[in-house]
Design a protein around this ligand. Structure first.
Ligand SMILES: NC(=O)c1ccc[n+]([C@@H]2O[C@H](COP(=O)([O-])OP(=O)(O)OC[C@H]3O[C@@H](n4cnc5c(N)ncnc54)[C@H](OP(=O)(O)O)[C@@H]3O)[C@@H](O)[C@H]2O)c1
Length: 350
């Protein structure tokens, strides 16, 4: 029997799933996954892979305390976006007279607080670097107030590390704060929205297939009159951005972080390049004519269809120009982890 236990929040999702699968490869670990529905296909698949699935709800702090019992490591993630896809949450926001963006902030903040409150009850069993937290930079603070309503950033950062440092210093002393780059899957959040023309991903040439919808990873762009494709975002074309293949790399990154001393801030990303470089490379790989165009924020908001969603992501893309996606913070990267890996022995694939 493996002697260590990691409890993984969001295990049926992108980040948690990746983390669970990486720790499963370590024979010293058994993996407990938290879910609201342990009969779902995703849950059942994880059971088949060796994960102990337990029911817990981020809105129910008592269920989290039970789920965390005996944990040596906790991986924490919160999902800002769920209220946008739930009619009951939309209705609640309307009833309260607040935007869905603000309502989603309140939900994410509350759930983050519950995680921290429950994790604090098992702080004694946690390893020295046993609280591994997915978060983002604090936009309001890092932009000196320019972005006061970048809710999906600040809901995370207000708790992780804000609330934890203030309320639970001993838990904060065992924590690592992991910011995550742009996921390679983000375009699936709102299909048909903030990119306009459906085209096939670059890894399935030939170029003429750009005009057909792929069944797998669709990416959407604007098709220009000359038939070329243009990526349109409000981010300056020159600023490097962190990009993360979340399902493939989040687990490796988090596993490496676990082996470091606690207290550090990280950026989980496989690549740092501007959106312009990113899309130019994509064009080369796919043999397509693709360009990048910085558009004004309102163009992107309008193209988003859902105005509230549009404002939230447009603010993020603008913030990514200045002060930067990471808020201009000094963060450790995969490259840094590779440099020190000799100190730690086999670190796995970072
Ligand atoms: N897309 C990007 O480029 C990007 C970049 C950086 C950060 N992020 C952040 O990533 C976060 C989402 O992470 P993800 O993509 O890994 O999530 P995801 O794939 O959307 O999955 C959400 C996970 O959260 C769990 N969950 C949600 N509400 C829950 C609740 N009340 N109780 C228990 N579990 C709950 C779900 O579990 P069950 O449904 O099984 O209960 C599921 O496992 C967002 O906050 C977003 O801001 C995204």
């Amino acid at each position: 029997m493996a002697e260590k236990l990691i409890c993984v929040i969001g295990v049926t999702g992108n980040q948690g799933g990746s983390v669970a699968r990486r720790f499963l490869k370590d024979p010293h670990f058994r993996v407990r996954g938290l879910t609201r529905d342990n009969a779902s296909d995703a849950s059942q698949k994880l059971v088949g892979e060796g994960v102990e699935m337990v029911i817990a709800d981020l809105d129910d702090v008592e269920s989290l305390k039970v789920a965390f019992k005996g944990a040596n490591v906790i991986f924490s993630v919160t999902n800002y976006w769920e209220p946008f896809f739930r009619p009951d949450y939309r209705a609640k926001a309307e009833e309260l007279g607040i935007t869905c963006r603000k309502y989603a902030y309140d939900v994410e903040y509350r759930q983050g607080k519950n995680i921290a409150d429950a994790a604090a009850t098992v702080v004694d069993t946690l390893d020295v670097n046993g609280f591994l937290v997915s978060t983002l930079s604090h936009a309001a603070k890092c932009s000196n107030g320019t972005y006061k309503e970048l809710y999906h950033y600040d809901a995370k950062a207000d708790i992780f590390p804000g609330y934890v440092r203030e309320k639970y210093p001993s838990l904060a002393a065992k924590a690592s704060w992991i910011q995550t780059g742009y996921f390679n899957t983000s375009h699936r959040l709102l299909p048909g929205s903030y990119f306009v023309k459906v085209c096939q991903d670059p890894f399935t040439p030939p170029p003429h297939s750009l005009h057909h919808q792929s069944n797998s990873t669709n990416v959407q762009f604007v098709q220009l009159a000359d038939d070329s494709i243009q990526m349109q975002l409000p981010t300056v074309p020159s600023k490097p951005q962190p990009h993360l293949a979340v399902a493939e790399d989040m687990g490796n990154f988090t596993y490496a972080v676990y082996q470091m001393p606690p207290g550090n801030n990280y950026m989980a990303a496989g690549t740092f390049c501007s959106w312009s470089d990113w899309i130019t490379t994509w064009g080369k790989v796919s043999g397509s004519t693709i360009s990048y165009n910085q558009v004004d924020p309102e163009t992107m908001i309008t193209a988003s269809g859902d105005r509230q969603f549009g404002i939230e992501v447009t603010d993020m893309f603008c913030y990514s120009s200045d002060p930067g996606y990471d808020g201009g913070m000094e963060l450790l990267t995969a490259e840094d982890l590779r440099k020190v890996s000799y100190l730690l022995g086999a670190i796995g694939e970072v």
